[in-house]
Ligand binder design. Structure first.
Ligand SMILES: Nc1ncnc2c1ncn2[C@@H]1O[C@H](COP(=O)(O)OP(=O)(O)OP(=O)(O)O)[C@@H](O)[C@H]1O
Ligand SMILES: [Mg+2]
Length: 232
């Protein structure tokens, strides 16, 4: 297993606070909800940002956490590596080119375990829906307290549904003002078909300038909010 380091810009105070709310809500969902798929309707709603920061936030509570970059078409997490070399990723394992040990990376500063996507394959949805993916998540569920799966946008490609069928729950990231009601309903329907329960919605990129409650206070800032089973 290789050690790496990630670039993690410090988040604004209020986003950190919202991440703690998200973390707490996830923990209230029960200890049978360990493998969590993070998806959205569209691209760039904030899935990778929330996946990474949620995983780090769980690490702060000394949870044993694995973060998997399952966005095989457009991996972002790989670009955040600032030291260490990532040679193999999920694609190599799923296509039988290497064993599980070769794709596990440990972040030096906080001991977060990570699996990067690897090269872009010609058949992402087949790989993500295959037996090896199911087995990987099954063994990760036995080893880790939480497995956070950064998935592609479900409103655009079917890949996230392939992964979601093997997860214990999903959180849908919704970028405020960017997603229509119909598009969100469509993602809910697709997740329902996989039988993966939706644990909550993260309302991301909310501009506090337009919220009467916070008017002026956080000018130009954004926050992510999680509406879980236990309400706000
Ligand atoms: N709460 C936020 N406030 C401001 N900017 C944000 C917030 N969340 C994410 N971003 C920015 O939005 C962009 C897209 O974020 P990110 O890569 O996490 O989205 P994504 O859903 O994973 O995208 P993709 O579908 O391409 O994988 C990034 O530049 C990120 O820094
Ligand atoms: Mg992403």
């Amino acid at each position: 297993m290789e050690y790496i380091e990630l670039a993690r810009p410090e988040l604004p105070y209020e986003i950190n606070e919202e991440l703690k709310v998200l973390r707490a809500n996830l923990q209230f969902c029960g200890d049978d909800k360990k493998v969590i798929c993070i998806t959205s309707c569209l691209a760039s709603e904030g899935k990778s940002t929330i996946s990474l920061n949620l995983a780090c936030s769980l690490r702060e509570q000394h949870k044993n956490v694995l973060l998997i970059d399952a966005d095989l078409r457009k991996s972002v997490l790989r670009r955040k590596v600032v030291s260490g070399k990532v040679q193999y990723g999920l694609v190599h394992y799923l296509s039988g080119q290497c064993d599980l040990e070769s794709i596990l990376y440990r972040v030096k500063s906080n001991n977060l375990m990570m699996i990067f996507a690897g090269a872009v394959p010609p058949n992402p949805s087949e790989l993500l829906g295959g037996k090896r993916m199911q087995e990987l998540l099954k063994s990760a569920r036995d080893t880790f307290d939480y497995v956070i799966v950064d998935a592609p946008p479900l409103g655009m490609v079917v890949d996230a549904a392939m992964v979601a069928q093997y997860c214990d729950g999903a959180a849908v990231v919704v970028s405020a003002n960017d997603v229509s009601y119909r598009a969100a309903q469509d993602v809910v329907r697709r997740l329902d078909n996989t039988k993966c329960p939706i644990l909550g919605v993260v309302l991301n990129k909310v501009d506090r300038r337009h919220s009467g409650k916070y008017y002026g206070k956080y000018y130009g800032r954004y926050y992510g909010k999680y509406y879980g089973e236990y309400g706000e």
